[in-house]
Every structure is written in structure tokens, then in C-alpha cells.
Design a protein around this ligand. Structure first.
Ligand SMILES: C[S@@+](CC[C@H](N)C(=O)[O-])C[C@H]1O[C@@H](n2cnc3c(N)ncnc32)[C@H](O)[C@@H]1O
Length: 321
């Protein structure tokens, strides 16, 4: 048995089907001379090297430009792999998701019985909660593959939806996939938003700010682009010891805290349910620890940090005063 056949043989049925589909799209090595420039689906792999430089964005010594370049490369690779996967046009989310446990749920929209990306959609609905979004102009910072924008569009009838992300591959996907005339997408940095002051009624930010080198710069941008009375719907992992200071930082910028929820148990339940399934959408060649950390698999560092409460996954709602 060749090395390739041996590796295929060890894959789960879903991964095997994916590998076979990818192989069917790639030209056979024997049919093209080396250097002939034949297209193979190029999927950059998720490696330690890719993730090390921006992990938790805590390394003060590394210049912020280098950290952002690493984040962009990482998410371009993630998007490249999802685009090459069987379910590519249905993979709209990159968040860990939320599973309800009957306590303190805030979503006003009930999910349809059968929904793809169910846990990820539920997270967005919990982040929005009972905030009034209908008829509003909404900015989604770190929009990824546009899942949050699609949920807002489907359930809340906003006036306009703008999604920005650092990853050009994510924005390309959004432009191809989400084509409603009230949606716009742009490549942009959360720490330097390309918008005039007071342009948005609502800013939403889901599981993205942990990779911003200067999260304070992002908070200042949120305060700047929100209208007076506008809402900031915020959700992410934050080190527990830093949480109080982060909230104070936002308050000092003129954002008053309206709601604070610790949803770590709900997110862990979602990771328990979904990480192994989501793994099937990615290349089998990724470094396993890097992929499982990205997906929040139970053995991963991020999962352990949440489980031990060193990291909190929260939802916060602020009002621009
Ligand atoms: C874990 S994904 C979450 C995506 C999306 N919010 C969701 O829930 O599916 C984090 C996203 O933040 C984006 N991101 C990271 N740093 C950014 C920055 N400085 N400015 C804008 N987007 C950024 C990444 O490219 C990625 O798409």
C-alpha cells in the first residue's frame, strides 16, 4: 500500500470523501510536467508557526504589524480550506457556538427546528438578545464568513449591514455569498475602522477581539463610530483577571454597561458537541493541536482555559452615552 493510500485508509468516512473530492479536482501529478503551472486547490495548512505569533495577542515584544500579518495569514488559510471543503458555501461561521441550558437565555428569536450551523447561529441570537436591530445600520467587526450578518438579515430586518474583516479571503467569500443589496463588505482593521464618526446604530463583534494586538484601539474606534445612544454588542473570550479592567476601559470611553453574561458553560457545551464534527471540514494535513485549539476541542488549550475559569467567554452590551 502506498503512503497516500495508507493515510487515506486511516481517515474517517467523511474525511475520506472530502479527500477523494479534492483529489478528483487536482490534476494528476503524472499528467503534467513539473512547473507547468497546473492549478491544484491551494490550501495553506494550519501550523504551529502560523498560530504562534498571534496566539492571544499577548506578546508585547512583537510589533503589532507582524501580529496582524500572522492573523491575516491564519484566517486566509482557514478560509482557503473551508472554500475547498464539500460544505464550503454553507460554512458561514467561525465561532465556537452556544448551547442553551435553560438558564438566562436572552434570544428573542427561536431557531428553526432544522438549521445548519445551529450552535453558531444561536450564539449570535444570544449576543443580539432583545436589542432593537430592525431598521438600524449595523457594523459587524471581524465578520469572518458573514454568518452574523446573515442572521441579522434573516431575522431582524435592519436598514443596512456592513461587515469588515482583516482577512481578504473571508471578505471575498462574503462578497460571493451574501448578495443582498443592503449588505456591504470590506477588508479593514478593527483598530482603524475606515468610517466617519457616528455612522452606526449598532456595532457587533463576535469572537474576534482576542486577536487584536491593541484591543483598546478597537474600543476607541467603537466609541467613535457609534451614534449617541447606539449599542455595542460584544462577545469573546477574555482572561478572567483582565475582565474588570476591560469593562472599565470601555466605560471610560463613554460606553455604559447594560448587560454582562458569563456564557462559558454554554460555549463549552457547544464545543463538546461540535468540535469533532467541524474538524471534518478542514484538511487532514493540519497540525492537530492547532486545529483542535481553533475549534475548541475538549483536549485543547483554549477549552482547558475556559473550563478552569482562567478565561471567560462572555456577552456584554454597552450603550454609547
Ligand atoms: C474566530 S473568527 C470569528 C468570525 C465571525 N465573527 C464569526 O462569528 O463567525 C475571528 C475573525 O476576526 C478576524 N480578525 C482578526 N483580527 C482582526 C482585525 N484586527 N480586524 C478585523 N478583523 C480581524 C479574523 O480574520 C476572523 O475572521
Amino acid at each position: 500500500m502506498s503512503d497516500v493510500e495508507h493515510r487515506l485508509d486511516r481517515l474517517s468516512p467523511e474525511r475520506r470523501r472530502l479527500a477523494e473530492r479534492l483529489a478528483a479536482r487536482a490534476p494528476s501529478p503524472s499528467s503534467s510536467p513539473p512547473g507547468a503551472g497546473q492549478a491544484r486547490p491551494s490550501v495553506d495548512l494550519l501550523t504551529h508557526d502560523l498560530v504562534e505569533r498571534f496566539r492571544t495577542a499577548e506578546r508585547e515584544s512583537e510589533p503589532s504589524v507582524a501580529k496582524k500579518a500572522a492573523v491575516r495569514r491564519f484566517y486566509d488559510a482557514v478560509n482557503g480550506q473551508l472554500d475547498a471543503s464539500v460544505a464550503h458555501e454553507h460554512s458561514l461561521f467561525l465561532n465556537y457556538g452556544y448551547v442553551a441550558d435553560g438558564h438566562n437565555e436572552r434570544a428573542v428569536v427561536e431557531l428553526p427546528r432544522y438549521a445548519l450551523n445551529r450552535n453558531c447561529m444561536k450564539l449570535v441570537l444570544e449576543v443580539v438578545g432583545d436589542c432593537e436591530v430592525g431598521g438600524r445600520t449595523v457594523l459587524d467587526v471581524g465578520c469572518g464568513r458573514g454568518g452574523t450578518i446573515s442572521v441579522l438579515n434573516r431575522f431582524f430586518d435592519p436598514r443596512a449591514l456592513v461587515g469588515v474583516d482583516l482577512s481578504p479571503a473571508a471578505i471575498d467569500f462574503c462578497r460571493r455569498t451574501h448578495t443582498s443589496p443592503r449588505m456591504r463588505f470590506a477588508v479593514a482593521d478593527a483598530e482603524a475602522l475606515p468610517f466617519d464618526d457616528r455612522q452606526f446604530d449598532t456595532v457587533i463583534n463576535v469572537e474576534s477581539s482576542h486577536s487584536y494586538p491593541d484591543v483598546g484601539a478597537f474600543y476607541a474606534e467603537v466609541a467613535r463610530v457609534l451614534v449617541s445612544g447606539g449599542r455595542f454588542l460584544y462577545s469573546d473570550t477574555i482572561p478572567t483577571r483582565a475582565l474588570h479592567d476591560r469593562i472599565e476601559q470601555l466605560v471610560s470611553m463613554g460606553l455604559s454597561l447594560e448587560l454582562s453574561r458569563d456564557i462559558t458553560p454554554n460555549v463549552l457545551r457547544s464545543c463538546d458537541e461540535a468540535a469533532a464534527i467541524n474538524m471534518q471540514a478542514f484538511s487532514a494535513e493540519n497540525v492537530p493541536e492547532v486545529l483542535s485549539d481553533f475549534l475548541g476541542a475538549p483536549e485543547s488549550r483554549t477549552y482547558q482555559l475556559m473550563q478552569s475559569r482562567r478565561m471567560v467567554y462572555g456577552i456584554w452590551r454597552f450603550r454609547r452615552v
